[in-house]
Design a protein around this ligand. Structure first.
Ligand SMILES: [Fe+2]
Length: 286
């Protein structure tokens, strides 16, 4: 076999492997025999068409990825909007999910968690109380829920109701676990499963710290909203018993350095802004 033919075959074999180069075009130039020229032209043409198709395929995959992301975002926004609509029944819940998400994301960032995990935590935090949608109106009446065992039992069902609502949205991944376990406590005295220590997923523990802080600092019909110093003292009492000490300390540091969202919760403008920020970029919050 002549060396030119051997080289031509070698180049075609490389093309077959997906290594496209312009080496093949050398054989279309005058000086090579007619057969080699025609083979090189045909392979060159084939390469151009394959490359164009590959490019189009990449574009289509990217379009599909973006559509998929938009679909997920829209589903999430819909569920989060329903969660926020709880505010119509319960003034405390209004804005609570969004504030908890903002706090949880700040804590997760401070702990240096990877971006994907932070997104799961954000989603879990926004949706953590979605199960309250199953509450009877009695739960939202103006009484201290801690006063009634019957109501307490009903309230304790909300993590499981949340999981039941979200379980078909498989793209939520571990965020569903964070909804499920956000009332578990370090010492096993939490609900619904009585998980202990590291049995509780880190994401759920982060949502739990953020949830507690917002609950403590929010004004309610039966409770005055505490200031940050008072809230830190309460968190430290819960530290090691209900909440993980390292998370509590990191959270306190975060709030100490960058402030809390309290004091703004009754401003209609801020509430509207928060609503608009649902799901998307909670980091821009003042
Ligand atoms: Fe909850």
């Amino acid at each position: 076999m002549q060396s030119d033919t051997r080289r031509l075959i070698s180049i075609i074999e490389q093309v077959a492997e997906g290594n496209y180069s312009n080496d093949i075009m050398e054989f279309t130039k005058p000086g090579y025999d007619d057969v080699s020229q025609r083979i090189a032209e045909a392979v060159g043409m084939m390469m151009v068409k394959v490359e164009a198709r590959e490019h189009r395929l990449e574009q289509l995959i990217e379009e599909l990825r973006q559509l998929n992301q938009r679909l997920k975002d829209n589903i999430l926004k819909t569920v989060a909007t329903i969660a926020n609509a709880l505010g119509a029944r319960d003034t405390y819940t209004e804005g609570h999910a969004i504030r908890v998400a903002a706090y949880a994301v700040r804590l997760a960032r401070r702990l240096g968690l990877p971006p994907e995990e932070i997104e799961h935590i954000r989603t879990g935090a926004i949706l953590h109380d979605i199960g309250k949608i199953g509450f009877s109106d009695r739960v939202f009446s103006d009484q201290d829920i801690r006063a009634s065992d019957g109501l307490l039992l009903e309230i304790q069902k909300h993590p499981q109701i949340g999981v039941n609502i979200l379980t078909s949205l498989d793209f939520l991944g571990p965020a569903v676990d964070y909804v499920h376990y956000h009332h578990e406590r370090l010492d096993g005295s939490g609900y619904p499963c009585g998980l202990k220590g590291n049995e509780i997923p880190l994401g759920a523990q982060i949502v739990s710290v953020a949830d507690c802080f917002d609950a403590i600092t929010t004004e309610r019909s039966y409770q005055k909203g505490r200031n940050n110093t008072e809230a830190f003292a309460i968190l430290r009492k819960m530290s090691g018993v209900h909440l993980a000490p390292d998370l509590v300390e990191a959270f306190i540091q975060e709030i100490d350095e960058n402030g809390s969202l309290t004091g703004q919760q009754y401003s209609a403008d801020v509430a509207a802004d928060l609503q608009a920020l649902l799901v998307r970029d909670l980091d821009g919050l003042p």
